[in-house]
Design a protein around this ligand. Sequence first.
Ligand SMILES: NC(=O)c1ccc[n+]([C@@H]2O[C@H](COP(=O)([O-])OP(=O)(O)OC[C@H]3O[C@@H](n4cnc5c(N)ncnc54)[C@H](O)[C@@H]3O)[C@@H](O)[C@H]2O)c1
Length: 340
Amino acid sequence: MKIITVESLTKILDKHGFDQFLVDLMQALKRDYGRWQSFTKMPRPSMHVPGGVLELMPICDNAAYYTFKYVNCHPKNPLTGKQTVVATGQLSQIDTGYPLMFSEMTVLTALRTAANAALATNLMARKDSHILALIGTGAQSEFQVKGLKLVRDIKEVRYFDIDPKAMAKFEKNMRSIGIKLVRCHDTEAAVKGADIITTITACKANVDVIKNKWVKAGVHINALGGDTIGKTELELSILPRCRVMVEYFDQSFIEGEIQRLNLKEAKKLVYAELFELVNGSKKGRTNDQEITLFDSVGIALEDYSALRLTYELANKYNLGEERNFTPPVNNPKNLLSALL
Ligand SMILES: NC(=O)c1ccc[n+]([C@@H]2O[C@H](COP(=O)([O-])OP(=O)(O)OC[C@H]3O[C@@H](n4cnc5c(N)ncnc54)[C@H](O)[C@@H]3O)[C@@H](O)[C@H]2O)c1
């Protein structure tokens, strides 16, 4: 079984190129959303604990593989020097059930969330979108900018975080990206005049990070940080003004911005699931005045695409460590012999 540590993933990204990885991941996501019906899926089981949530994200591609990711979100972790979100994941073959790869997924989650938001933005944002408002400059933030830069000619990022140190870190990491960086003194200043608004904050509460009156015609919103029960980022009155797209209704209804609606209201409001835009059965934006919203919670299919791509590249570049996670036995019924 292949083990992909953070160090192995770093080597894969060095060999393959960071941007190329994101481009290939977007392609993989398109392929997999395009095969939506061939996956067995379920809303992720979540366990809420004091200060956070623990989630398991399984999915079965009935043609070849099964994957799962373990992920958390503990917004107060940075206060003790720990990351808010960490993750690990596994890829298994379905014909025998044998595991093929176990991987770090903290970085992979940031990469797949960026590629996924870029895919959605490409389908929904105005083509002439140049100004990005980024609210929350934590761990995910640079990945988001790098992803969006691949699908739109982003010339300026206006950003705000309640933590000035997070903004200073973002500036340092982004200084050579070739985009004008504008630090803002609050969220309202950041979203004013923006073409795309991305919210990627961490707070386990219903917070009106974005107020309705700040949202102008023609904007595209990626609401990424409201992704579990009791955790949202948009003032509720924004939602009826938008053409709303979610990844997977059954999960988004529990975890997304739409969790505050009843089932009838949510069904009426949600225009499409992402796979319907990918396969062309529904159109993205229809005019420049429309407000579009990608109400994202992150689904197992995205992790599936990321794990498969990582497995392919690890094999291509001969990276990752081979370790026994299944006992080597000559006689499969003689498990005890593995210990002798
Ligand atoms: N939708 C998805 O697929 C997906 C995937 C990964 C992470 N997430 C979510 O994204 C969020 C961010 O993750 P992260 O790893 O970057 O966390 P992080 O803790 O590193 O960064 C979050 C940042 O948000 C800031 N913040 C909190 N409240 C704010 C507010 N009201 N206004 C402005 N800034 C605020 C914090 O100061 C922090 O710097 C989390 O909520 C996580 O659950 C979603």
